[in-house]
Write a protein that binds this ligand. Structure first.
Ligand SMILES: [Zn+2]
Length: 433
């Protein structure tokens, strides 16, 4: 080991010991350190062992430049300059508490910090500090430093030329965005509508709809009025991705810049047509908006047909009983649970009332009448089996996922090689309806 490096290492150990009030003999430290090296112990490990010998358990916080901090929940040590610091009093469990929050920066970037249980009244704007063992947590796709009881903060003499910049976002196609990404995208607005929501007791206007590029359609929410209209082509830098049931959604938030651009881009009609994809390709995704599969309905599952739902919670009733609300007057509904196979894979689908009526070519009233006439609740499910099972279909919808895997919530279904007259004849022959 080079002499300079050795001297630096020893100085580092000496300072760490001094911080804990331990006076050391430099020569003894050097000897100690060299002894570890002679035993083929790495310099890093040797440092740790010497500190441990003096009763210091170095924390496992990773030293990071502020710009390097990602959103992984880890413990970090950073040095930087306090760019801003404020306090606020809030009441928690009837007790008033002072909380501190602010921004710290170094020459690679800035990061917000917050402290709930730590008194930071000795810190002011412009102070250089070392924050040891702060916890990184994620907030809206960006990291924050949380100062806890374990965190130690010391003022330093170091000066920082703070770099203010937005966190880098990566350019992405809408097909390959995923939860918690910050992305830079280009897309066309296919639909947009205004909605009122309540955030922390206050009403707020947001704008949501569907946007698309050549690769995919995605739902989006704009948290302020960017003046977006149907048909606009936009470029958005720093858009934040959140998922709902595995389906990625784009968030356009307050601080972002969104530009309307004019360039060659697929038309509304082209984008609206939807993407036909293979089921095996869908299996790698956590979710997708508006996709099409072409395959065969290989199985009609139990629970398909005429069902009754709880009027309060929409749960499907078992023998007139809701598992939450007990015995209730059921609301009739129709649905199909089918497995579609396209040769590359198979997927569960749920087909709601309107589409089930389309498949059966009759409405729910007629179904109810038939059920009463035949005194057989299961008759509709059997009819669905006979018209749909083993039939080729083109099914469109939103792909969601949870612990049980993927499900396509259908928005449309077409019977390929469809012949309504044939279907009607078939039903009459087989069921007399
Ligand atoms: Zn209920």
């Amino acid at each position: 080991m080079e002499k300079e490096e050795l001297a630096l290492r020893i100085e580092k150990i000496r300072r760490a010991l001094e911080k804990e009030g331990i006076e050391t003999d430099e020569e003894a430290l050097k000897k100690d350190f060299q002894k570890y090296l002679d035993f083929d112990i790495s310099p890093d490990e040797a440092e740790l062992r010497i500190l441990r010998k003096h009763g210091i358990m170095p924390r496992d916080a990773a030293r990071k430049k502020i710009g390097e901090i990602g959103i992984e929940p880890i413990s970090v040590t950073v040095s930087g300059k306090i760019v801003s610091i404020n306090s606020a009093v809030s009441t928690v469990d009837g007790e008033e508490r002072k909380r501190y929050y602010g921004i710290i920066g170094d020459d690679t970037g800035t990061i917000p910090f917050g402290a709930w249980n730590t008194d930071l009244s000795n810190l002011s704007k412009g102070d250089s500090v070392e924050i040891e063992s702060a916890f990184v947590r994620e907030w809206n796709g960006n990291p924050q430093l949380r100062i806890t009881k374990k965190t130690r903060i010391g003022k330093t003499e170091e000066d920082f030329d703070v770099k203010f910049s937005q966190r880098a976002s990566r350019e992405a196609n809408l097909a390959d965005i995923s939860e918690r990404d910050r992305v830079s995208i280009k897309a066309r607005i296919l639909s947009i509508e205004e909605r009122e929501i309540t955030v922390r007791g206050e009403s707020k206007t947001i704008y949501s709809g569907i946007m698309a590029d050549e690769s995919a359609k995605v739902q989006f929410t704009a948290w302020k009025d960017f003046g977006l209209k149907t048909g606009d082509i936009i470029s958005a830098d720093g858009a934040y991705v959140r998922s709902w049931k595995g389906v990625p959604q784009i968030n356009l938030d307050e601080g972002m810049t969104i530009e309307k651009i004019e360039e060659d881009f697929p038309t509304m009609e082209e984008l609206d047509a939807g993407k036909t994809m293979k089921i095996e390709d869908a299996e790698n995704k956590t979710g997708m908006t508006d996709v099409i599969f072409e395959g065969t309905a290989i199985q009609i599952r139990n629970g398909s047909g005429l069902i009754f739902r709880c009027p309060n919670c929409r749960r499907v009733l078992q023998d007139g009983v809701c598992q939450v609300h007990g015995e209730v007057e059921g609301v009739p509904d129709l649905r199909i649970k089918a497995v579609i196979d396209d040769g590359t894979g198979a997927i569960n689908t749920i087909i709601g009332k309107a589409l089930t009526e389309k498949v059966l070519d009759k409405d729910i009233k007629k179904c109810l009448k038939e059920v009463r006439a035949k005194m057989d609740k299961g008759i509709i499910g059997k009819q669905i089996e006979s018209v749909l099972e083993a039939m080729p279909v083109r099914i469109r919808g939103n792909l969601v996922s949870d612990d049980n895997g993927h499900t396509l919530i259908a928005t449309d279904i077409e019977m390929v090689k469809d012949d309504p007259a044939e279907r009607a004849r078939h039903l009459i022959e087989e069921w007399g309806v």
